[in-house]
Design a protein around this ligand. Structure first.
Ligand SMILES: [Fe+2]
Ligand SMILES: [Fe+2]
Length: 177
């Protein structure tokens, strides 16, 4: 498992996800993990300006694809970020696949082709009982917001603020959370 000693160790590791993809086509996203995280964080900042924890959860939500900890990337990512970013960010990362299954079950949710393919492997749409259990969890609404931004963060070549913009926010958050 990846362990980040401090914010700058995390930022150095995260910067190296430039050109690293979550999975080979056709299941992988069309953008690399760095671009995907930056786009997701940017979408969340536009939609929920005051919630830095949510922005940072979006930034890091898919790092479990690169930590080498097995097929459950949501759990791997949550485990990797918990010591540095704390429980809220980690729990949102851990819930983002459940949020996708929730949205697939509760609305006409438009998924990218890659996301549609992986949904079956991740457990498909939630059942009625799973929906009720998910809605009762603290943070589930924020996890849904993250998942909506996730889907809107796969545009090749989109210009968004880079990691240099997020670095001071990451340092502030991990220092003061
Ligand atoms: Fe993911
Ligand atoms: Fe994602």
């Amino acid at each position: 498992m990846v362990i980040f000693a401090d914010a700058d160790a995390f930022l150095d590791w995260f910067a190296a996800l430039d050109g690293v993809f979550d999975a080979p086509p056709p299941e992988g996203d069309p953008v690399d993990l760095l671009a995907h995280g930056l786009q997701c964080a940017d979408v969340l900042r536009a939609r929920h300006p005051a919630d830095l924890g949510l922005h940072l959860a979006g930034l890091v939500h898919d790092i479990g694809h690169a930590t080498g900890d097995g097929p459950d990337h949501a759990r791997a990512g949550a485990d990797a970020v918990r010591p540095l970013f704390g429980d809220r960010v980690a729990d949102l990362v851990g819930l983002h696949v459940q949020a996708k299954r929730y949205l697939a079950a509760t609305e006409a949710y438009e998924l990218s082709p890659a996301s549609e393919l992986s949904l079956g492997r991740q457990g498909a749409a939630m059942t009625r009982a799973e929906i009720e259990a998910f809605e009762a969890r603290p943070g589930s609404a924020d996890a849904v917001a993250l998942r909506r931004a996730d889907e809107a963060a796969k545009e090749v070549g989109r210009a968004v603020p880079g990691l240099a913009t997020w670095a001071p926010r990451v340092r502030d958050y991990v220092r003061t959370r």
